[in-house]
Write a protein that binds this ligand. Structure first.
Ligand code: FMN
Length: 364
């Protein structure tokens, strides 16, 4: 086994920089390989098998390094949780999955339920061993800050201190929790925490220069992720790919051909006898609106956005009625619903922006 190498972050091109719409995967060699189907509760299967399968396949996972305090405020607790991720940014919402039931709570769960507060810290390469050590099953009342040698820093809006060694920390408050029960045993096996971030702490040397307040530089953050078993992953290379926007893409020859082939040519009118107009849909003539959910049609799934054109004098169209309209595929104009924006992207200015500073947007 090799020793740890001090790897610098590097940007690369994608595997297939000349990829074109419709081209599919850049390596199809695994496409025909047989897949094994597994019922999580099939005969002879143990919950542990699903745990091992899932943590080795669902990778890499962000690790929330979570600090809490006991009910009496006298002891701090610190432990890593890789069932942690952000699920929203407005408001900032994090989820943490804790694999212990209410009967036998991990200290972190006990403290969160008792106090309603926690901090979530990013683990970086420079304190990986110490962070890993805090997973020790020390009893409630023994602080993993002391055992690991990591440093508690007072937080501003919650009682748990955050981790001084972490370059990015979130002070958070419990919003709700949800218990889970094993279908096999009926026992409460886990609890998921929803928490709202109420304060961020960012080490000032990890910003992308010129983007203070918004962009953290991955090359400086050096986040560590969890892989299968007891393996960790480093974040040492990446590439950027611009988001596709339908307005531009529909002019590309390859896209035109796909749309024509699928019967989705831009001037192609789809009869609307399949469209049930729902409550609240404003059908002003020429209004461009996002109607994917209103159209039970593969066409719209493929296109995403359509323009509804009402016949002159649209008074005859009622909510819930079937209209004799025509749908013409049009460019999206609804803010935040641009075809080039993925769900996790805030409907704001930096949706598809390449990272500034340390990378060239043309690199991939
Ligand atoms: C990298 C890593 C990730 C972990 N992720 C989780 C997790 O998502 N959920 C969980 O219940 N335990 C997880 N654990 C185990 C807990 O950290 C461990 O049970 C710890 O002792 C809990 O501490 P506490 O009792 O002080 O809360 C993880 C351990 C490691 C090393």
């Amino acid at each position: 086994m090799n020793y740890w190498e001090d790897l610098e972050w590097r940007m690369t091109k994608t595997v297939s920089p000349d990829w074109k719409p419709g081209a599919g995967a850049n390596d199809d060699s695994g496409k025909g390989v047989k897949k094994v189907e597994i019922d999580p509760y099939g005969p002879g299967r143990e919950p542990r098998d699903n745990y091992k399968l899932m943590i080795s396949a669902i990778t890499p996972r962000f690790i929330g390094f979570i600090s809490t305090v006991s009910k009496d405020g006298k002891t701090t607790n610190l432990a890593p949780f890789s069932y942690t991720t952000m699920v929203n940014s407005d408001p900032p919402i994090m989820v943490v999955g804790i694999s212990s039931g209410m009967e036998n709570k991990k200290d972190t769960l006990q403290n969160i339920l008792d106090t309603g507060e926690l901090t979530i810290n990013v683990i970086s390469e420079w304190f990986l061993e110490a962070a890993n050590y805090t997973a020790i099953d020390a009893p409630l009342g023994v602080s993993e800050f002391a055992l690991s040698g990591l440093t508690p820093l007072p937080s501003s809006k919650v009682k748990p201190p955050h981790v001084a060694e972490s370059a990015f920390s979130i002070e958070a408050k419990l919003v709700s929790h949800h218990p889970w029960f094993s279908p096999a045993t009926g026992k409460n096996t886990a609890v998921t925490i929803f928490a709202e971030g109420v304060n961020f702490h960012v080490r000032e040397d990890v910003w992308v220069p010129g983007s203070e307040g918004t962009l953290v530089d991955i090359a400086k953050l050096k986040p560590v992720s969890r892989l299968g078993g007891i393996m960790y992953g480093r974040t040492t290379a990446g590439c950027e790919i611009p988001r596709a926007g339908f307005k531009v893409e529909k002019e590309r020859e390859e896209v035109k051909q796909i749309l024509e082939k699928e019967g989705l040519g831009l001037a192609h009118a789809i009869p609307l006898d399949a469209i049930l107009l729902r409550d609240g849909l404003d059908l002003a003539p020429q209004r461009t609106t996002f109607v994917e959910e209103f159209l039970p049609s593969v066409y719209v799934k493929a296109v995403g956005f359509v323009q509804l054109e009402l016949p002159a004098g649209d008074g005859g169209v009622q909510d819930g009625a079937v209209g004799d309209l025509a749908v013409v595929v049009e460019e999206p104009e609804v803010p935040g619903h641009d075809a080039g924006e993925a769900d996790e992207t805030p409907p704001a200015d930096h949706a598809a922006e390449p990272t500034k500073g340390n990378v060239l947007s043309q690199t991939c």
